[in-house]
Design a protein around this ligand. Structure first.
Ligand SMILES: Nc1ncnc2c1ncn2[C@@H]1O[C@H](COP(=O)(O)OP(=O)(O)OP(=O)(O)O)[C@@H](O)[C@H]1O
Ligand SMILES: [Mg+2]
Length: 731
């Protein structure tokens, strides 16, 4: 229902000091927005801009920054408030919500028909616009056409306030620098009589100063609130310790009920893949990324906002300022690039102030991949300018704060707040993060993670997962970090956040490639870059010389164990189906090895993961079909095949590693010994399948074997344990 505007006393221009008292403002808030009272620093911000003063307002995510310019728009009978927003999705969302409340608001963007745009311009030029709020992108502000229209409105005294949302985008030191925001620097001098309100949730002290200076705010009122989000529980899960992160997330979402969630992924392909997996498991969800067409994106957004779907699996293109209050879980399926980005994204949870959850899946491969992206972005940029070079160093420093968040055992909340310059004690957390609530469990995970890293480092070459990032690149399925051509048309329609790192990596690659290079060339180039990088970095030259494609017995054995667990779960789920679990696991593992064993760890590993996923949803018939070949093979045949493959793999491994004693220690023994032991355990009636495979058990058994054979170890196991007590920077 359309509400009439509350009658308020007429006000004068910018110079008038006091427009209306608190009571009248609260009335407006209740009438139009239904909120009982102002929250935090809202009232102070509103009073400042109504008195004509510039204001810099730092409020946490979901703190209610929009009210700070929406209420002022309703206090005057004539004139508009201009709101500058970085994203069209954000404008659409806010304008839609305001219209529903009966408030005259519009936005200008090329997604609108010229008919709509003409009507808006007509209204603005009418001398008495009916509009209260006009939302625009910074790109539009930069056009001379729009600027001359705005100046006319200003000259007629019809521009009451300029609000700059997500103002940290102006700072090159911020996590979301947008060059188009730089153009806003001239607003202060072009519109001297209009107050400017800069709003942000994420600005470290350096960025705050930069924003105020860049916008040339004059004697601004600086309002800062704590960044703490007491209603969010923070948690990290370790991908390297999980059987299958897809399943883990799926189970978590299912056990949380039909809650609203956002899952952030680095790449578009992961969004599609993960969303497909969750849907198969009965979770109402959809993917959202810049690779989808506008129509599809809008419908996903619409369905999510109207609760038709509950979970969106998205790249960072999703959610900037999108206001669905009841988001209960924000999950980062890949590590974000900085604490600021993490805070901004996780802060989309619990805007209704109710208990919510931030969940981050941390994987060593993800970390290496992000480091690679940022480092290369940096090296390219440092060639072009000193500022950019400095930026890249900053990107890495920022990222390592994020790594610290995941790899440290201390309070997560404290780490977040400290990264924004707030000194707090851990007691503030009130056990609302995993590290405070379950300190010994977190310490145990970190210990296992360290052990896993040591094993992986020994068992494999330093090859990182990044190759698999690029093996899937094509025109449609790429990372927001990679394929940004569709967003770089220079138009105001950028739906994704701008990412310098990504663009630099891209230009790094492109600069050395003929313009029309195909996918293969791109991949080759990136792989070469990656290899060179790690060659220079690695201290173990021996490893670099090795055949990076060889798979260790340890990895194959762990995969068999994983498949065996998945088969057991499938058996439980399917009830009557009878399976030869051990034999089937060997069969499936061999299948993965045959297909991808020679292509490298990443390909092989993802094939195993895909088999595990398939097992979690497959039907009895599908299972029987796939394993029917297996059934016809006697277990003897399978063992023979396995033995043959393992021998081949061991030979390749020994050859590749130069067969040093140290390399041999990485192997977990002969096929017979290793395959028997875990299977015995798994088949024991008393054994319960752990959701996280215990790598420490694996390490301990290896230690026993190693001691028996009296082989000298270079790294004592005790050292690993000692290291865990400290904060860790994993290899
Ligand atoms: N005074 C208030 N009382 C109760 N709820 C409020 C109040 N002010 C704002 N809200 C609600 O808080 C939620 C978040 O508001 P808003 O979108 O303005 O936050 P924000 O600070 O802009 O967050 P972000 O940084 O994520 O953009 C909205 O649902 C809004 O209706
Ligand atoms: Mg906002």
């Amino acid at each position: 229902m359309k509400k009439s505007l509350l009658p308020l006393q007429e006000t004068g221009g910018r110079t008038e000091k006091k427009i209306c008292g608190k009571e009248a403002l609260v009335k407006l808030l209740r009438w139009h927005f239904g909120h009982a009272d102002f929250r935090g620093k809202q009232l102070e911000a509103i009073e400042a801009v109504l008195s004509g003063r510039d204001c810099f307002c730092l409020m946490p995510t979901g703190g209610g920054k929009s009210i700070c310019y929406q209420i002022p728009a309703l206090t005057k009978k004539t004139g508009i408030v201009l709101v500058i927003c970085p994203l069209i999705a954000l404008m659409e969302n806010q304008v839609g919500a305001l219209k529903e409340k009966g408030i005259a608001a519009e936005y200008l963007s090329s997604t609108q028909t010229s008919n709509v745009k003409n009507k808006i311009h007509e209204d603005l030029g009418s001398g008495k616009p009916s509009l209260r709020l006009l939302y625009v992108t910074p790109e539009l502000i930069a056009t001379s056409g729009f600027m001359s229209k705005l100046t006319k409105i200003y000259d007629r005294g019809l521009l009451n306030l300029v609000a700059i949302d997500e103002a940290h985008c102006i700072s090159t030191w911020g996590h979301d620098f947008r060059p188009s925001y730089r153009k806003l620097s001239s607003l202060r001098s072009l519109l001297p009589a209009v107050p400017i309100l800069a709003l942000t949730a994420t600005a470290v002290p350096k960025v705050q100063k930069d924003v105020i200076e860049s916008l040339c705010l004059q004697n601004p009122l600086v309002l800062k609130s704590s960044f703490n989000r007491p209603n969010i529980y923070y948690e990290v899960r370790y991908k390297d310790l999980l059987d299958d992160a897809y399943n883990d997330l799926s189970n978590l979402l299912k056990s949380s009920g039909d809650v609203c969630a956002i899952v952030y992924c680095l790449e578009r392909t992961t969004c599609d893949d993960l969303s497909g997996h969750l849907s198969k498991n009965g979770i109402s969800c959809a993917a959202y990324h810049a690779g989808l067409n506008d129509k599809l994106r809008s419908s996903v957004l619409e369905n999510w906002i109207s609760s038709k779907i509950q979970v969106v699996v998205a790249t960072v293109a999703f959610g900037y300022g999108i206001d669905r209050k009841d988001v209960r879980i924000v999950c980062h399926f890949n590590i974000p690039k900085s604490m600021e980005a993490f805070y901004q994204e996780s802060g989309r949870a619990g805007r209704d102030q109710l208990l919510s959850r931030s969940l981050l899946y941390y994987g060593i491969d993800d970390r290496k991949r992000m480091e690679f992206i940022l480092r290369n972005a940096g090296s390219k940029k440092s060639q072009t300018s000193n500022i950019q070079g400095g930026l890249s160093k900053k990107s890495l420093t920022d990222f390592h704060q994020m790594v610290e968040y995941c790899e440290g055992s201390g309070c997560r909340r404290k780490k977040i707040l400290e990264s924004f310059g707030e000194q707090v004690s851990a007691s503030l957390c009130r056990k609302s993060c995993d590290a405070c609530k379950h300190p010994s469990q977190v310490a145990k995970y970190l210990e296992e993670l360290t052990a896993t890293c040591v094993v992986q480092q020994k068992a494999n070459s330093s090859r990182i997962f990044i190759s698999s990032t690029f093996d899937t690149i094509d025109e449609k399925t790429s990372s927001e970090y990679w394929n940004r051509e569709d967003e770089e048309s220079g138009s105001e329609e950028d739906i994704s956040d701008s990412d310098d790192g990504a663009e630099a990596v891209k230009s790094l690659a492109m600069s050395k490639l003929p313009k029309k290079s195909g996918l293969n060339e791109k991949m080759e180039f990136l792989q070469r870059a990656e290899e060179n990088y790690y060659k220079n970095k690695s201290s173990d030259k021996q490893v670099n010389k090795s055949d990076k494609h060889a798979l260790s017995n340890a990895l194959r054995e762990a995969s068999k164990q994983r498949l065996q667990n998945a088969l057991k779960q499938a058996q439980q789920r399917l009830g009557e189906t009878k399976l030869e679990v051990e034999t089937s696991a060997i069969f499936l593992e061999n299948e993965c090895y045959n297909k991808y064993g020679k292509s490298g760890k990443s390909f092989y590993y993802s094939q195993v993961a895909s088999a595990v996923r398939w097992l979690s949803t497959t039907t009895s018939t599908e299972l029987a079909n796939r394993l029917s070949t297996n059934a016809s093979i006697s277990s003897e045949n399978v063992s023979l095949e396995a033995e043959h493959l393992t021998t081949a793999s061991s030979m390749a491994e020994q050859e590749s590693t130069g067969n040093t004693p140290e390399d041999l220690q990485c192997s977990i023994g002969s096929e017979t010994t290793t395959s028997a032991s875990p299977m015995e355990n798994a088949s024991s009636p008393s054994s319960r399948l752990p959701s996280i495979p215990s790598f420490s058990e694996f390490i301990n058994s290896k230690k026993v074997k190693d001691n028996e054979s009296k082989t000298l170890q270079k790294k004592s196991p005790n050292r690993v344990e000692k290291n865990v007590e400290k904060k860790m920077r994993l290899l």
